[in-house]
Design a protein around this ligand. Sequence first.
Ligand code: NAD
Ligand code: WQD
Length: 336
Amino acid sequence: MILVTGGTGYIGSHACVALTQAGFEVLVLDNLSNSTAGVIDRIARICGRRPAFIEGDIRNESLLAQVLGGYRVDAIMHFAGLKAVGESVEQPLQYYDNNVVGTHSLLKAMREKRVRAMVFSSSATVYSPTEPMPLSECAARRASNPYGRTKLVLEDMIEDVYAADPDTSFARLRYFNPVGAHESGLIGENPKGFPNNLMPYVCQVAAGVREKLSVFGGDYPTVDGTGVRDFIHVMDLVEGHVVALRHCLASRGLLTVNLGTGQGTSVLQLVHAFESANGCVVPHELVGRRDGDVAESWADTRLAREVLGWRTKRGIEEMCRDSWRWQLNSTQEHCT
Ligand code: NAD
Ligand code: WQD
């Protein structure tokens, strides 16, 4: 059985689908701080099989002991955490507590209950903003906000835990920009309030929930002056997790791998792709740069191909279509 922390969240819910469809039994642990229990029903509808679900917090050590003692957990996919960059600047202690203390509890419980493998959600945000493109896994790391620093600390914590017990197996997966949704339109990203990320904002503008998109910065040294990112379809991303999990279950070691497409797309290119994929209009205007943004970011994907034999299959058009289908199905939730 695979314990999926944060399994009712955006990426975790898609991972539950990919894991179930790959034949794994899934147990979700989530405190529902940024998701709802109804997601479990939706996963069950997609897969025809219901993951086990426990509502609880990864910082609750007695609960973790109970869960890992009560189920035969072979590995953990660890998604639980807070992820809003701006909020992390305002509430740094909440981020260190939730992400660092939470993962510390999980690693401790893993060791005590002899669970030997973990796949961990890291982020391309750990790369220093001055590194050249494409970003390879050996590029220098430097985070520029508390959220990113929690990921740096956790990458290091995992490395130390692995070094102390090389009979374990860890994958630290550095995601680029996950977008899109399951093709059923039943699960997707459900930002509470004002979306921080580009794709949910584009969707809400297209749906008329927001008036127009502010494109942050038109003067970057990029193809059209707007920021360039490596957008990756969430289903490709979670399929990468399943491959990384199999790798961890089959061998011992510490793996650090980028999950991206290796292709950069500018903000305006994404907006235009969205309009043409979905036949709708996304009113937008160029405004000043957003603090802390880098001009461009995309992945060197060689290691993922060589070590995991994994590459993405879905393009920008599919990312835009699937995001829009999810938006149409969930507009009511978004408006509240
Ligand atoms: P999300 O907020 O949709 O999902 C996180 C889930 O974890 C939520 O369901 C939330 O309720 C749960 N959770 C939070 N703290 C918890 C705790 N202490 N105990 C139990 N459950 C808790 O976020 P997501 O986009 O699915 O991100 C998943 C992971 O991937 C996070 O660790 C995030 O930092 C990382 N990541 C996300 C992105 C991205 O752009 N979405 C990029 C890189 C890395
Ligand atoms: C993408 C591009 C914006 C919104 C963030 C986190 C990172 C990672 C992924 C977790 C940029 C532009 C955005 C808008 C815009 N998360 N934009 N108007 O900043 O690459 O990465 O999410 O680990 O840590 O920082 O993603 O979607 O916010 O922005 O013009 O309303 O879209 O300036 O160029 P980002 P994003």
